[in-house]
Design a protein around this ligand. Structure first.
Ligand code: DC
Length: 217
């Protein structure tokens, strides 16, 4: 069984997808983490987002793996745990530029399909129901108001010891939404057959119960 969860930043995908995977005892695949890992590597190597040749080379020489069980899944790039580094402010601000490149997407989409071969997965991202797994058994499109999403991001940053104003977070989220929804390759959009879920004011338990209920049907 494949459960595809798409939606903009802060809509509640990650925490919900992790909890659904844990409850159903199936694999959790965080595709945003893969785009973040590639972005981190490119920034460390000072490769510009429009240098497709150099990006093609790093894509062919990068391994991204996940270790552990949800909710404690670690992201391992080239053997190193980059789980914290990929959540930095700099990676978050730049990832939309790198993930828009065809060379990056082609490589990662292939890896995502391979990761799901022969197993049940909950996969979250922006193009899962539209491009990666258009035949997914269950497609969910999560949304939430931008204020609510900024509040959630503020709490994520606070947990990392970083203080951010709601105004700045709203600006960052809106900029990322705009780039992710207007890019030419696999823009963020609701997939055919997806159920829209507005998580504003919903508890995590409500969100998980809704998806698990649908999956069991
Ligand atoms: O879900 P996230 O915030 O960790 O995702 C980071 C970025 O990766 C996001 O700005 C858009 C991009 N992304 C994508 O283009 N396609 C996916 N399937 C997942 C994420």
């Amino acid at each position: 069984m494949i459960i595809a969860i798409d939606g903009p930043a802060g809509s509640g995908k990650s925490s919900t997808a992790k909890a659904v995977a844990a409850r159903l005892g199936i694999t959790y695949l965080d595709t945003g983490a893969m785009y973040r890992a590639v972005t981190l590597k490119a920034l460390r190597l000072k490769i510009r987002h429009d240098d497709d040749k150099a990006l093609g080379i790093i894509m062919a020489h990068t391994t991204i793996a996940f270790e552990g069980l949800p909710p404690d899944v670690r992201v391992i790039m080239d053997g190193d745990d980059v789980s914290a580094a990929i959540r930095s402010d700099e990676v978050t601000k730049r990832v939309s530029d790198y993930c828009a490149r065809d060379v990056v997407r082609a490589f990662l989409v292939e890896q995502q399909r391979q990761a799901a071969q022969g197993r049940s997965v909950v996969c979250e991202g922006r193009d899962i129901g539209t491009v990666v797994f258009p035949n997914a058994d269950l497609k969910i499109y999560m949304v939430a108001s931008v204020e609510e999403r900024a509040r959630r991001r503020q709490m994520d940053f606070a947990a990392m010891g970083v203080k951010k104003s709601i105004e700045e977070l709203i600006r960052d989220i809106e900029a990322r939404d705009r780039k992710d929804s207007t890019r030419a390759n696999s823009p963020l959009m609701k997939a055919d057959g997806a159920t829209e879920m507005d998580t504003t004011g919903m508890t995590l338990e409500d969100q998980v119960a809704f998806i698990v209920g649908r999956a069991k049907k």
